[in-house]
Design a protein around this ligand. Structure first.
Ligand SMILES: Nc1ncnc2c1ncn2[C@@H]1O[C@H](COP(=O)(O)OP(=O)(O)OP(=O)(O)O)[C@@H](O)[C@H]1O
Length: 687
């Protein structure tokens, strides 16, 4: 259909054929997925006179899902098209194809009107048979709009269900959170624990080392202790979105539970094993569905989910459906981290107002009475329960015990999080034992290779795990079932977590692919690996898809090692074969060994993207920034990279301005979850 236009030449926005040709061009550049374009083509078939503006919006709404946004926000898109759409994805020059050029003449009013006029679009979900829903100035694919509505409804229902609170809550809190010399005036851990006893839904957010695990372990001790006394012990489960995160939490929960001063019967009834959400819900291979759902709910009274920043909207919908409403759900995570790569920055949405708190006077009074402490933080703002229903059940932990006031990593992370680029740069210039900055003269600067292989001072590089591999290898005559092999493989995997290079992009000199090649070649030149073959001993690999038949999940990391063949001929010396050792990721500290030929979806992982590093920590983390700003470079990405570092952080860059500009820029995830949740909360009746 032709739109009226002042231009004589038809443009992509005036003509459906031209629009589809533009989408083709974007697909050819690798900017748009084939499936985004296919959706536009399908809609063009369904509605013969479909407006090109509708086809464009549909393809872009689908494209946005691939970038984690649940919907296409028309205003935000038109305000800064290239950034809002992340096109081109890695910042390469785009010329006339750039969205900022193509959408220059479009206004939000005209776009919205074209969408609202289409039979394929329901305005605010008033019809149930359209593939698209327009909610305010956001266009959704119906499936995602439905997820958002269901998640908001389920959370709203949980928030409204008040829980019975132990009469002696103040005393119980006092026992679990004794006031020590280092305890701040407002102990936010104690406040978070108190608040989480009140309803079936609560969120505890905080940066690294702020005590999320400590708090939740004490919360579980409190709830289980009270439940046991009442003769109704609780069924508790702990979960995390990825195997890696589950393994990490298993370790820290185990240590925390062991260290608590509580009755042995309560200790025994707090699980220390953490499962993945997929395993908890019972994933069905080859399907989006799970064994547990509303019709077959989880038999649980309390569920704690850590690393909740990695939960996407669809998973949250599944989780809320499968968890009975009377069961408590406690989400833990760092709201400031990058969100899940799937659509929906759930934790970020839920915690948008966690810092100012917006506690209702009644919430504040209750918290102060139960905890015996003032609610005290400079950033707090007042609020009411009906305007801020979720915030009455959310606490942000504010004191990091891992990165104290003098830690360089802590100072840098805090400055980046505030988008205070000047302070972040000043911190990088000051001498700090845990921070290092490498300014490259060019992409080929040998200092890069030196840092990646040998590290810097106390901070190691990639030679460390390979030295361990070679120097601690068991005698080849040992039988395959000798525990020395598992100890060795486990030690090599652990040593590999001593260092990781994180990249912002995938392609080019500064991307994951190029750097993986370069690092492998450099290690080959040192004789530490044989990089002339695709599968060499010491090759670290990352799973890029879930493989249910092998029990490996997207994001799992393994290392190829020469190990004795399990089925040996009696009397023969053990034959060595290359197998890939993966941690079991079930908290058991066990390993599994897979033949390389069985691994179809893996890539080398010396360097990995910051996105993929979420849920992991490394002793030394290096972040390599590309030479040009691009849409993925935001303060969330930089903050996430810095906070992956346990002891040392290195920033590698060619131009200082990229760090500076990226730190000033924040991701704006598009979703309407918080708005929907607030709208669903009834206003109080006026007398
Ligand atoms: N109230 C406390 N008293 C003493 N030590 C504490 C307290 N809270 C936390 N810690 C210590 O601080 C460290 C970090 O705590 P914790 O692991 O609970 O933080 P976290 O927010 O879960 O960290 P992460 O970001 O790694 O998940 C741990 O060593 C823990 O023992």
């Amino acid at each position: 259909m032709k739109q009226t236009s002042l231009d004589l030449e038809p443009s992509a926005l005036d003509d459906s054929g031209e629009l589809l040709a533009l989408l083709d061009a974007w697909v050819a550049c690798g900017w748009l997925r084939e499936l985004d374009r296919a959706l536009a083509a399908l809609l063009a078939e369904l509605e013969e006179d479909a407006s090109p503006l509708l086809l464009l919006a549909a393809a872009l709404a689908s494209h946005q899902l691939g970038h984690g946004h649940v919907c296409l926000d028309l205003h935000a898109t038109l305000a800064d098209p290239d950034f809002a759409l992340s096109l081109p994805p890695e910042g390469e020059p785009g010329g006339a194809l750039l969205p900022s050029r193509q959408l220059a003449r479009l206004t939000a009013g005209a776009w919205r009107a074209a969408l609202a006029a289409s039979r394929l679009v329901a305005v605010s979900g008033e019809r149930h048979d359209t593939p698209l829903v327009l909610d305010g100035h956001s266009l959704y694919l119906r499936r995602y709009w439905t997820y958002e509505q269901r998640v908001a409804a389920a959370i709203g229902e949980r928030l409204a269900s008040a829980r019975q609170i132990p009469q002696d809550l103040p005393q119980r809190l006092q026992r679990l959170f004794p006031q020590g010399p280092g305890t701040p005036r407002s102990d936010w851990q104690k406040l978070a624990c108190a608040l989480a006893t009140r309803s079936s839904f609560s969120v505890i957010t905080g940066g690294p080392g702020t005590g999320k695990t400590t708090t939740v372990v004490r919360l579980l001790a409190l709830l289980q202790g009270a439940a046991q006394e009442a003769g109704r012990p609780l069924r508790i489960a702990l979960a995390a979105p990825t195997g890696k995160a589950a393994a990490r939490l298993t370790e820290s929960i185990g240590a925390q539970v062991a260290g608590l001063d509580i009755d042995e019967s309560v200790r025994q009834a707090i699980p220390s094993e953490v499962t993945t959400l997929h395993r908890l819900l019972g994933s069905l291979p080859g399907s989006r569905h799970f064994r547990h759902h509303a019709g077959n709910p989880l038999a649980l009274d309390v569920l704690v989910v850590d690393e909740a920043s990695m939960i996407d909207l669809e998973m949250m919908d599944n989780l809320l459906a499968a968890l009975p409403t009377q069961a408590r759900l406690v989400l833990l995570g760092d709201k400031d981290q990058l969100a899940s790569v799937e659509a929906g920055a759930l934790l970020g949405d839920l915690c948008r107002d966690a810092e100012p708190g917006h506690y209702d006077p009644a919430t504040r009074a209750w918290l102060e009475a139960q905890s015996g402490q003032p609610l005290d933080a400079d950033e707090l703002l007042p609020g009411t329960a009906w305007q801020y229903p979720l915030e009455q059940h959310t606490v942000m932990l504010r004191h990091s015990r891992r990165f104290g006031a003098h830690s360089g990593i802590g100072q840098l992370a805090r400055a980046v999080n505030r988008r205070d680029a000047d302070q972040a740069l000043a911190t990088l210039r000051e001498p700090h034992d845990d921070l290092y900055r490498l300014n490259l003269r060019s992409a080929q600067d040998p200092a890069l290779e030196h840092l990646l292989l040998d590290g810097h001072g106390q901070a190691g590089g990639y030679t460390h795990y390979l030295q361990r591999l070679h120097e601690t290898r068991p005698a080849p005559t040992l039988a395959a079932d000798d525990p020395a092999w598992a100890r060795w493989a486990g030690g090599v995997l652990q040593a590999f977590d001593g260092f990781r290079l994180l990249c912002a992009i995938r392609r080019g000199d500064w991307g994951v692919a190029g750097l993986n090649l370069r690092i492998a070649q450099a290690l080959g030149r040192r004789g530490l690996i044989d990089a002339s073959t695709p599968w060499y001993e010491g090759r670290p690999v990352l799973m890029t898809h879930n493989d249910y038949s092998l029990g490996l999940m997207n994001g799992d990391i393994g290392i190829a090692l020469c190990l004795p063949e399990p089925d040996q001929q009696p009397g023969q010396p053990p034959r060595q074969v290359l197998r890939v050792a993966f941690p079991r990721n079930d908290g058991s500290a066990g390993l599994r060994y897979i033949l390389p030929s069985r691994l179809s979806a893996v890539e080398t992982v010396f360097a990995m993207t910051v996105h993929k590093s979420q849920g992991s920590e490394f002793e030394h983390t290096a972040l390599l920034l590309p030479e040009r700003l691009n849409p993925v470079l935001t303060k969330e990405l930089i903050y996430t990279a810095i906070t992956r570092a346990r002891s040392h952080f290195s920033l590698i860059e060619q131009r200082e301005s990229v760090f500076d500009q990226a730190t000033r820029r924040a991701v704006e995830r598009r979703s309407g979850l918080l708005r929907t949740l607030r709208e669903r909360n009834p206003a109080p009746e006026t007398p």
